[in-house]
Design a protein around this ligand. Structure first.
Ligand SMILES: Nc1ncnc2c1ncn2[C@@H]1O[C@H](COP(=O)(O)O)[C@@H](OP(=O)(O)O)[C@H]1O
Ligand SMILES: [Mg+2]
Ligand SMILES: [Mg+2]
Ligand SMILES: [Mg+2]
Length: 305
């Protein structure tokens, strides 16, 4: 029997994210980040963002030429150094059994959303544990699979970097699932894109504690590892590549990620990339709709306008 495409795409994404992670470490080590401002000082790009994206898109499109891939850093030159081309699919992942519902999905039915370096602002400031590589796999508008790779995570065996993955219908891997403390409401939110509206939404949810960290990937990791109950961001600043992989991993785990009104984003290729209605993610222990219902209407109206 041939291996279903979704399993092969996920398995190649795991290994490719790790390769992108090593490129991110190399750029930092060389010390010349090559920072440019995209839409302003709140929207930076470095040599690591550019090179990691080239590695990911070239590797995935070489093996899956009919795959639709959308990367944060726009069109990339795919004529990359041979050592950036990843061809091996992750064998550990391939030992898993493909969920029935994804078995027949063809290459051209996927959309892959790539954020080659999530947490660029933190990367440039040396807060390296916040940095992740995000590869999200969408099928029929929905985020279904995802890889969150942390290039600077120190494993207990001394190895550097770890890959966290999730596939709906199969589950998750690469981390130790942990429930957040009972009787508290710890919210994680942005560290570098705080606005009055972002703060207003936090205040409305009466958190017992607020954890400000960089990146959508790292914030969802706070939920997966029991350090926070919810991720709340009342801002139109995130884009589909920020949330596709985190949403898939969190939902494969039993949590939920939507906009602030409680509605799922579409990950179809032709959508407007902006997550205009903000981000709300919750752990499985919370009722997502209860939290969404606590978001004041004027905050939703402000995002809509
Ligand atoms: N106002 C804004 N302008 C541009 N990007 C924004 C933004 N608000 C959030 N983002 C992007 O959303 C991601 C998570 O943001 P934050 O860490 O503030 O929660 C980051 O992704 P990148 O680092 O991949 O660009 C960040 O750049
Ligand atoms: Mg960016
Ligand atoms: Mg990002
Ligand atoms: Mg990015």
């Amino acid at each position: 029997m041939t291996t279903p495409q979704v399993m092969r795409i996920m398995a190649l994404s795991i290994n490719t994210a790790a390769r992108a992670g090593s490129i991110i470490r190399d750029v930092m080590q060389r010390g010349n980040l090559g920072i440019v401002e995209k839409e302003g000082k709140d929207d930076l790009q470095t040599e690591a963002d550019r090179s990691a994206q080239q590695c990911i898109i070239a590797s995935l499109s070489r093996k899956f030429p009919n795959l639709k891939i959308i990367g944060e850093e726009g069109d990339s030159n795919l004529d990359v150094k041979p050592e950036w081309l990843v061809t091996d699919e992750n064998e550990e992942f391939l030992k898993n059994c493909c969920p029935e519902e994804w078995r027949e999905i063809k290459e051209e039915e996927f959309v892959v959303w790539v954020d080659p370096l999530d947490g660029t602002s933190e990367y440039t400031q040396g807060l390296l544990e916040h940095v992740t590589v995000l590869i999200g796999v969408a099928i029929k508008n929905r985020a279904v699979g995802g890889v969150i790779y942390q290039p600077y995570y120190k494993q207990s065996n001394g190895e550097i970097g770890r890959a966290i993955w999730g596939l709906k219908g199969l589950g998750t891997g690469g981390f130790k699932p942990t429930s957040p403390p009972k009787g508290q409401m710890i919210i994680t939110t942005t560290r570098s894109h705080l606005t009055p509206l972002v703060q207003q939404a936090l205040d409305a949810l009466s958190p017992t504690e607020v954890i400000k960290v960089g990146g959508a990937g790292y914030k969802v990791l706070q939920l997966l590892e029991g350090r926070a109950h919810a991720y709340v961001f009342a801002s139109p600043g995130c884009k589909r590549w920020d949330t596709c992989a985190p949403e898939a991993v969190l939902e494969a785990y039993g949590g939920i990620l939507t906009d602030l009104a409680g509605v799922h984003y579409s990950y179809a290729a032709e959508v407007d990339y902006k997550n205009r209605m903000g981000v709300l993610a919750t752990v499985p222990e919370l009722k997502h709709s209860d939290i969404a219902n606590q978001v004041p209407k004027d905050i939703l109206d402000a995002l809509r306008s």
